[in-house]
Design a protein around this ligand. Structure first.
Ligand code: PLP
Length: 397
């Protein structure tokens, strides 16, 4: 059902629905199961002889429409049509995909600065099943080659670009070339970018996962995730894992995601232009020591971001001069921006990584990864930029 002839922005807006009642908007199928007219029909649907829905843990028309939509967006510039499998959360997408692809004894190569939940899943869950996790700098090709040579059972390279909260980018084209050469599969967590800004499948990556809780939903009213891939053979295996582990999404959260996608391009444009203005303001402020924003030419990944992303996105981080107490005073003085441990919503959200998202990581490792006690992360919203800057300015003074 791919609509190749229309632009990305229009594809976001138009629903791909075959509702027989011709509902203009995507209907919410609030049902756990689907009925059959005859036992024969039931058997045919169960065996796959006939197309149809059975039970909403397996599949549901609302969820199905949204997974197809996101798959079309991630595969917008591909010849093949990818598949999408929605999950109950971003973590469910990551864990379902890794469980489906890995066996005990396999290794996963990844980076140190991952989303905290992902690192903990690797360390506290995957490690128990005999899956070996190797952390390295994924932009350092020489070291990567050496690790791959020493580790014959490398199954996956797991990537997050740009990373949280310093926004370091990984060169996806270079990495996918190395991985393909060694027959290693690649996964990109594309949560920070959305397919409007970055499309890893078009750069040779095998799978994309999202916390659709964030920018794709955009309004902070549900928890959900998605796995997108282009290999139909692996679809069966991953979809089976989703059904049997029970990490399915639900029609209500899927519907919220669908509603959010309609304004994805408008929102990402505004997130990006507001973030650029805020970064420029912070960069010139005497009380600000460091600004990490991909749109600033001073950022280490600025050039790479220009090559593989269409915009610089809505995420930035900055370190204020002083100590941890100055950082907490700043946060407490904010009155317009919200202190909340999520990102990608339409309003501006601030976190203090050292005491929130990265509190379990020892100070020494945090500092090595560019997260001093005085660092703050902003998910810049789409409000009027003057209100955002006014609030940050008063909190800084
Ligand atoms: C939030 C987030 C996740 C986890 O997603 P949930 O929907 O909270 O399970 C994974 N990766 C990134 C980059 C995130 O920001």
């Amino acid at each position: 059902m791919k609509k190749r002839n229309i632009s990305f922005e229009s594809l976001c807006i138009h629903d791909i629905s075959d509702d027989k009642n011709k509902s203009h908007q995507l209907p919410i199928y609030a049902t756990s199961s689907f009925e059959f007219d005859t036992l024969k029909e039931g058997i045919d649907v169960f065996t796959g002889e006939k197309e149809g829905y059975l039970y909403s843990r397996y599949s549901n028309p609302t969820i199905n429409a949204v997974e197809n939509k996101i798959a079309c967006l991630e595969g917008y510039d591909l010849d093949v049509e990818p598949f999408g499998i929605m999950t109950s959360s971003g973590m469910a997408a990551i864990s379902t995909l890794c469980f489906a692809l890995c066996s005990s004894g396999d290794s996963i190569i990844t980076q140190e600065d991952l989303y905290g939940g992902t690192t903990q899943y690797f360390e506290k869950v995957m490690a128990k099943y005999g899956i070996n996790i190797i952390y390295t700098d994924l932009n350092d090709n020489d070291t990567l080659y050496k690790i791959i040579e020493k580790t014959p059972k490398t199954k996956l390279i797991y990537i997050e670009t740009p990373s949280n909260p310093t926004l370091t980018c990984i060169d996806l084209r270079a990495l996918s070339k190395i991985a393909q050469h060694h027959k290693i599969q690649t996964i990109v967590d594309n949560t920070f970018c959305t397919p409007y800004i970055q499309r890893p499948l078009s750069m040779g990556i095998d799978y994309v996962i999202h916390s659709t809780t964030k920018f794709i939903n955009g309004h902070g009213n549900g928890i959900s995730g998605i796995i997108v891939g282009k290999d139909k053979v692996s679809y069966e295996e991953i979809s089976r894992a989703m059904k049997l582990i029970g990490t399915n999404s639900n029609a209500h959260d899927a519907w919220f995601v669908n509603n959010g996608i309609k304004t994805l391009s408008l929102r990402m444009n505004q997130h990006s232009s507001n973030a650029m203005e805020l970064a420029t303001y912070l960069d010139a402020h005497p009380k600000v020591e460091i600004v990490n924003y991909l749109g600033l030419s001073s950022h280490n990944s600025h050039q790479l971001a220009k090559q593989q992303m269409s915009h610089f996105g809505g995420m930035l981080s900055f370190a204020i001069r002083g100590n941890i107490h100055d950082a907490s005073t700043f946060v407490d003085k904010l009155s317009f921006c919200t202190i909340a441990p999520t990102l990608g919503d339409v309003d501006t959200l601030i976190v203090h990584p050292a005491s929130m998202s990265h509190m379990n990581i020892p100070k020494e490792i945090r500092e090595r990864n560019g997260i001093p006690d005085t660092l703050l992360r902003a998910s810049v919203g789409i409000e009027n930029i003057d209100d955002i800057i006014y609030d940050i300015n008063q909190a800084l003074s």
